[in-house]
Design a protein around this ligand. Structure first.
Ligand SMILES: *Cc1c(COP(=O)(O)O)cnc(C)c1O
Length: 387
């Protein structure tokens, strides 16, 4: 059997894979089994922050693997503490819990919020209010947080204590928070899986003021938008939000599994001995990889990301075959007007460019350091595919 046949025979078919087998790559260029080269605008869904097989990242990983690949969290390891310090320095948050994925980072955020409110407002204060069209993960609890019914079907009962409200509607949010004695509001400032939907700044400002006044915690899910993706360390920073808890994963370790839940001053002491844990969470190799990424998330890099994002916006806004462009930095969604997103993606693939979809949009999530020349080349291919 070849790889495609083996995959079909032995792997649960939960993914609708593209008909391409990627065997190697460097930076923003990857090759398939026939040697055909593609410009990668997917980064493994916002994961390989500095591209494939990046030198600095590779060195960090190889060096740590040669020292110790795993130790229990019952012992100290250098990369874990170094990464936590970097994250705290770059955010002003106070404490970090490491896990392995976005869903787990959100699970930790939810546990922290529930425990905090159980101690401050009482055991009836547990409801987490989320937004419709959100995506927070695939575990039963993060599915409950995900405000999209079609993910819930066939998996009932989900974890109770979640209600989703329409994004942009402050009146509904207030009503639901009051009726349910909300413990926390959990949002993405740009809904990635929901179709690259950017939240209205006025809404976020009103939401922030409301939760602060009512002492409801604000959880921001930065799993996709985080770690430089939008041209800031975290996307909430563009809006001047003051989240109590931030979750992140995807791009954090540049291609190895790692989740992080960041706790602000207010909630920094909520997770105590025995409250939470993870065998692999904060694995030294993943953390060493993440240190090599987070170190390079500088204001200069953020400016580059914003400039490249502006180039994509300018290229596609008002272009033939484009109805609308959304997003921020290097997280861009193009809604085609003449073709479906999947038709555009197929045409791009044929012509050597890998793109993603999100709902009815073509979604672009290139590496943060993609050379301008490759981005221009890829943009030209997409433009042609849109008409
Ligand atoms: C991808 C994603 C998740 C889930 O992350 P996993 O690592 O797949 O568990 C959660 N929230 C957001 C916003 C995401 O984009």
């Amino acid at each position: 059997m070849n790889i495609k046949e083996k995959d079909k025979a032995y792997i649960a078919p939960t993914y609708n894979r593209f008909p391409v087998e990627i065997v190697s790559g460097k930076g923003s260029l990857v090759q398939d089994e026939t040697g055909k080269e593609y410009i990668d605008l997917t980064s493994g869904i916002a994961v390989t922050s500095f591209g494939v097989a990046d030198d600095e990242w590779q060195q960090a990983v190889i060096s740590q693997i040669g020292k110790v690949q795993h130790m229990s969290n019952l012992y100290y390891t250098i990369p874990c503490a170094e990464l936590a310090e970097l994250l705290v320095q770059k955010t002003g948050m106070k404490k970090v819990f490491f896990s392995n994925s976005g869903a787990e980072a959100n699970e930790c955020a939810i546990k922290a919020a529930r425990k905090y409110q159980a101690e401050h407002k009482g055991s009836g204060c547990y409801t987490i209010v989320t937004l419709k069209n959100s995506f927070h993960g695939r575990t039963l609890t993060t599915l409950a947080a995900t405000g999209q019914e079609h993910y819930h079907e066939l998996f009932q009962p989900l974890t109770p204590g979640f209600v989703s409200v329409e994004a942009g509607d402050m009146e509904e949010l207030k009503k639901v928070c009051e009726e349910n004695d909300a413990a926390a509001v959990m949002i993405e400032v740009i809904q990635g899986e929901g179709g690259v939907v950017v939240m209205d700044p006025g809404y976020l400002k009103a939401l922030q003021a409301y939760v602060k006044e009512k002492e409801i915690l604000l959880i921001v899910d930065e799993v996709q938008t985080g770690n430089g993706r939008t041209g800031a360390m975290y996307a909430y920073m563009h809006y001047g939000l003051e989240p109590d808890i931030v979750s992140t994963a995807k791009g954090l370790a540049g291609g190895l599994p790692l989740g992080a839940t960041l706790l602000s001053e207010k909630v920094q002491d909520v997770l105590g001995y025995g409250d939470h844990g993870s065998t692999f969470g904060g694995n030294p190799v993943s953390c060493a990889a993440a240190v090599s990424i987070v170190k390079r998330l500088t204001p200069e890099l953020f400016q580059e990301v914003r400039d490249k994002g502006a180039f994509l916006m300018d290229t596609f806004k008002g272009a033939e075959g484009v109805e609308d462009v959304s997003g921020m930095g290097l997280m861009i969604g193009i809604r085609p007007s003449k073709k479906t997103a999947s038709e555009v993606i197929s045409a791009c693939m044929k012509n050597g460019v890998l793109c993603l979809s999100a709902k009815d949009r073509v979604r672009l999530l290139p590496a943060l350091n993609i050379p301008m020349e490759l981005l221009e080349k890829a943009a030209a291919v997409i433009k042609e595919a849109l008409v």
